[in-house]
Design a protein around this ligand. Structure first.
Ligand code: 8YV
Length: 328
């Protein structure tokens, strides 16, 4: 029997390709550059599956041009690159990579919070530039982390991980806002109290964003929301770029309407709003919250498990639209 053909849209671990090639005819992108939409569409011809990495857009137009496609397996928990409704309409299975990155991403959210509150990047730049000549009572004096109020917007698995770190590790007072409330058991475990978004923005010392990106969450934080925050507060975004209006944030940072921000994700990344590059009170990282070697391996393994699980055995591990299983 001939093996199904699949496409791997970006360079991944050699071991992942090796494993996939035991089950499929694999065509893979060997470079770090992503393919143009035209090239991606052309390469998808005759492919039953595609391994995506979170940024390749799968929409109705592409699906119409790729009738052989049966599954798109994202190596990411976020799947805003997928139009799942259009995929379901065409009988194409969507899978993501949840759970395996929860704790690692929560670690990074906390690292970014610490670096932002304690001005680690800014002070390192100062030191490297040879500007450290003397001690001063207020040199890089930042905001407190332990015992402060942590406000989490988006209380899914990663948000809960950030809450646990704050409550149990740093004695923080944790408040959260989410589409729905957690169960009383989970609230107790995370030591987190549900509040309105407005109360959260007005009272938190550190606001952490962990919501999925959807049309409804676009610009969850814009000029009006930034204006509600305390001038001493920090904003941390480990969710998706479009959740924050980056232009409005750059103004708020420059005018010290909030103290600082820590951003791992950006609108239009890998481009970064030029004004964010020139304000000192922001820590910027290139979308690396899940980037530890074991976690990236686990994410790649899970995407491969989904391709093999579905195309070889008919059973994917983490389907987003299970109703289409077997439709094609
Ligand atoms: C990925 C992420 O690294 O899982 C997600 O949703 O944002 C990151 O962990 C990114 O999407 C590229 O794979």
């Amino acid at each position: 029997m001939t093996q199904p053909a699949i496409l791997v849209a970006r360079a991944v671990f050699p071991e992942t390709l090796e494993r996939l090639s035991q089950h499929f005819q694999v065509e893979s992108n060997q470079s770090d550059e992503s393919w143009s939409k035209e090239e991606f569409t052309a390469r998808l011809q005759g492919k039953a599956g595609v391994f995506t990495t979170g940024s390749e857009r799968i929409d109705a137009e592409l699906l119409a041009a790729c009738p052989d496609l049966r599954i798109c397996a994202n190596m990411a928990v976020g799947y805003n690159n997928f139009d799942v409704e259009a995929m379901s309409a065409r009988g194409v299975l969507a899978t993501n990579a949840p759970d395996v990155l929860t704790e690692t991403t929560a670690d990074f959210g906390f690292a970014l919070l610490m670096a932002t509150a304690r001005r680690i990047s800014e002070s390192e730049h100062f030191l490297r530039a040879g500007k450290w000549r003397k001690w001063s009572y207020d040199m890089f004096a930042g905001g407190e982390v332990h015992g402060s109020t942590l406000g989490i917007i988006g209380m899914g698995r990663i948000g809960q991980g950030v809450a646990r770190r704050g409550a149990h590790g740093f004695g923080m007072n944790v408040i959260y806002h989410n589409r729905s409330r957690l169960t009383p058991e989970l609230e107790a475990e995370c030591k987190a109290r549900y509040v309105s978004k407005e109360e959260l923005l007005k009272t938190a010392d550190h606001v952490v964003l962990v919501v999925p990106y959807t049309p409804a969450s676009h610009h969850t934080i814009g000029a009006a929301e930034l204006a509600l925050m305390k001038p001493s507060a920090t904003l941390i975004n480990i969710a998706r770029g479009g959740i924050v209006d980056d232009a409005a944030l750059a103004v708020a940072l420059r005018e010290k309407r909030i103290a600082a921000a820590g951003l791992d994700v950006f609108e239009g990344e890998p481009q970064v709003h030029p004004d964010l590059l020139t304000v000192p009170n922001v820590v910027l990282t290139p979308h690396i919250a899940s980037a530890t070697v074991p976690t990236r391996r686990a994410m790649a393994d899970l995407a491969a498990d989904n391709l093999i699980g579905y195309l070889v055995h008919g059973k994917p591990k983490t389907p987003l639209n299970p109703e289409v299983i077997g439709a094609k």
